[in-house]
Design a protein around this ligand. Structure first.
Ligand code: LIP
Length: 265
């Protein structure tokens, strides 16, 4: 029987080690090292080397687990335990020396999330949670906010790479929320967006066309901090790509905003 609290603590050490490598490479990072793997979707040796480091350390920690990783440096095999890794979430921020960017690591067992660890490099913040163990930031328990309505909410929106398909949605959200919500931000790192909901910094975060390595760790951290995370229909998010994460209190209001797009995304 795995002790999730102890395992989480070791995963935090590994995520921080990955983050320290990202920070040290950033000092000399050159934009000519960047490759465009999809439209405006970038990667460099830094993402790949960080991923290899994480895979090596996590394999030693739990040899029976397989991997789903953004940069595909390791082959996925069908197994019960699975590490889900984004070695550098917020790549465009990193490339442009902007903040935030993170290492994101989740562990699942038969699709159930057991551990979520996100290390945000720029603020030296390690967010983590394990199933039924609550959520923490650098050793202190965190909780979602208590804002009761969208009118009071500090809202984070994402701009996924799939701009053509998402433009009608983001335009609609801007139209509905700009001037109504307390304020809107677009920070450029799905993993940290979820952590900020968990820590009560943001009250709501909405994004579509993101992948399991972007949201798996953050999803558990949000849930263990008392928040809610669903797809755009208010249902299970795990198999999809569209995410609404909130402090729970504003969730229904937020999901209602998305009803014009159900079935078309
Ligand atoms: C990115 C996110 C970003 C989101 C993009 C993408 P990457 O991950 O974190 O916030 O808008 O769709 O998923 O490419 O930096 O790992």
């Amino acid at each position: 029987m795995i002790n999730l609290e102890q395992l989480t603590s070791k995963v935090c050490e590994i995520a921080i080690e990955g983050g320290k490598y990202l920070a040290s490479e950033r000092k000399t990072f050159q934009k000519d090292k960047v490759i465009e793997k999809g439209s405006h979707d970038y990667v460099s040796y830094v993402d790949k080397e960080t991923e290899k480091l994480l895979v090596k350390k996590l394999s030693e920690l739990l040899p029976e687990a397989t991997f789903i990783t953004e940069e595909k440096t390791v082959k996925f095999e069908e197994k019960d335990y699975c590490w889900i890794i984004d070695p550098l979430d917020g790549t465009t921020n990193y490339i442009n020396d902007n903040t935030p960017y993170c290492v994101s690591i989740a562990l699942s067992h038969k699709s159930e999330l057991l551990i979520g660890v996100i290390y945000e490099v720029c603020r030296d913040e390690c967010f983590y949670a394990w199933k039924d163990g609550k959520a923490y930031l650098n050793g202190t328990q965190i909780h979602v906010s208590d804002k009761g309505s969208l009118n009071q909410s500090f809202v984070e929106l994402g701009l996924p790479y799939n701009a053509k398909a998402y433009k009608p949605v983001i335009n609609h959200l801007m139209d509905e929320l700009y001037g109504r919500a307390s304020c809107i931000r677009i920070n450029g790192s799905a993993a940290s967006d979820l952590c900020y909901v968990a820590a009560g910094r943001f009250d709501l975060y909405i994004e579509a066309y993101i992948n399991i390595w972007d949201f798996a760790a953050g999803a558990l951290i949000v849930q263990e901090a008392g928040g809610n995370i669903t797809n755009f229909s208010g249902e299970d998010f795990m198999k999809g790509h569209h995410i609404v994460a909130s402090n729970t209190l504003v969730h229904n209001e937020a999901v209602k905003l998305l009803t014009p797009f159900l079935g078309s995304l």
